[in-house]
Design a protein around this ligand. Structure first.
Ligand code: SF4
Length: 307
C-alpha cells in the first residue's frame, strides 16, 4: 500500500512488479455497443458521449498502429524507458466476431512486442461468448489481460434510470467466468448518478468487495454535451456533486474497499469543451490531491472499514 496516499496505486503496483514506468495508451478501434445498436437498447447509457466514453482515446480516423505510435512518441519524450499498456477504451471492445477480435488484439501485441506489458480491454459484461472466454484464457497466458467492465452502480433502479441495459447478474457471471480463467477484472463506477445517495455509492463498493475483482476506477459523473442525460437534466435537474461531496464520498468508499483491490483511477477524464457540469473535474490533480489530503487528515487507509 502506498504510505503517502494510503491506498493501492497502479503506479506503485507497476513499479514493484516491473521496476519501470508503465503508461496506458488509450485506443479507439471504432466499435459500437449493444446498448446503441438496438441489440440491448438504443441511445446508449444516458451519460455516454458520442465517442462511446472514449473521448480521450486515439482518433478513430487513424489506424490503431498510428494511434499507438503517436501516443508512444509523446510518452517516451518524458519517460524514455517506459513500458506500455494498450487500452481499448471506446465503446465495447469485445463486441465483434471472434476472428475480428483476434486480429485486433494480436495485431496490437505485434506492434511493439518488447514494450507491451499488458493489454487492457474495456467492454460490457454481456459482450462475451463461451468461445471468446476460452480464447481470452489462452491469450492471457501470452500477455496479461485486464478486462474493464462498466458497473457504474450496483443499484438496479439507478441502472435502469441510466439505461445500462445490463443486469447485476450478468456482471457477476462475467466476473466469475473471467476469474476462473485467471484474467484480471477492473470495475468502473460513477459517483453522483441521478438521485443516488451516499448509501447507494457505498453499497456499490460492498457489491464490488463481494466479487473477486482486482481493480477499480472511480469517476465523478460528468454531464456532457449532446447526451441524453444532459437533456434529462435540463427538463428535470438533479443534484450534482460538489468537489467537497465527491471527495468525502470517495474517501469513505476507499476506506470500505477491500484492501487487496488496486485503485486505477479516482478522477474523471473528459474533453473540456464537452463538459457542461460540473467544472471542477477539469482540475484532475486538484481532485486527487484533495482525496489524498482528506485520507491523511482523517488518518484513513484503504480497507479500514472493510468487513
Ligand atoms: S456500454 Fe459503454 S459504450 Fe455502450 S452506451 Fe454504455 S457507456 Fe457507452
Amino acid at each position: 500500500m502506498n504510505q503517502e496516499k494510503h491506498y493501492n496505486t497502479l503506479t506503485e503496483y507497476y513499479q514493484n512488479k516491473l521496476n519501470r514506468k508503465v503508461a496506458k495508451i488509450a485506443l479507439n478501434a471504432n466499435f459500437t455497443c449493444p446498448n446503441r445498436d438496438g441489440t440491448k437498447g438504443f441511445g446508449g447509457c444516458t451519460y455516454c458521449s458520442k465517442m462511446g466514453s472514449g473521448d480521450t482515446a486515439g482518433n478513430p480516423l487513424h489506424s490503431i498502429k498510428e494511434q499507438y505510435f503517436e501516443m508512444k512518441g509523446i510518452i517516451t519524450k518524458k519517460w524514455p524507458n517506459a513500458l506500455f499498456v494498450p487500452y481499448l477504451q471506446a465503446y465495447s471492445n469485445t463486441y465483434a466476431p471472434l476472428e475480428k477480435l483476434k486480429e485486433l488484439y494480436e495485431g496490437i501485441l505485434e506492434l511493439d512486442k518488447e514494450n507491451i506489458a499488458e493489454l487492457a480491454i474495456a467492454t460490457r459484461p454481456d459482450c462475451f461468448t463461451k468461445e471468446l472466454y476460452e480464447y481470452l484464457e489462452i491469450l492471457n497466458q501470452k500477455i496479461p489481460l485486464s478486462i474493464e467492465l462498466g458497473l457504474q452502480s450496483s443499484n438496479e433502479a439507478t441502472a435502469q434510470k441510466i439505461n445500462r441495459c445490463c443486469t447485476n447478474k450478468e456482471f457477476i457471471n462475467c466476473v466469475k467466468e473471467l476469474k476462473q480463467r485467471n484474467i484480471k477484472v477492473v470495475a468502473h463506477i460513477i459517483n453522483g448518478l441521478p438521485n443516488e445517495t451516499e448509501a447507494d455509492m457505498l453499497q456499490t463498493i460492498d457489491f464490488i468487495n463481494s466479487l473477486d475483482i482486482d481493480g477499480i476506477k472511480i469517476h465523478s459523473l460528468l454531464l456532457l454535451k449532446d447526451t441524453v442525460l444532459f437533456e434529462q437534466y435540463q427538463k428535470e435537474p438533479f443534484p450534482i456533486l460538489s468537489l467537497e461531496e465527491y471527495v468525502s464520498i470517495t474517501v469513505k468508499q476507499i476506506a470500505r474497499l477491500k484492501p487487496s483491490i488496486l485503485i486505477h483511477r479516482l478522477a474523471a477524464d473528459g474533453i473540456k469543451e464537452d463538459i457542461i457540469l460540473p467544472k471542477w473535474p477539469l482540475k484532475k490533480l486538484v481532485v486527487m490531491n484533495e482525496i489524498d489530503k482528506l485520507m491523511r487528515k482523517l488518518n484513513i487507509y484503504q480497507g479500514d472499514d472493510f468487513n
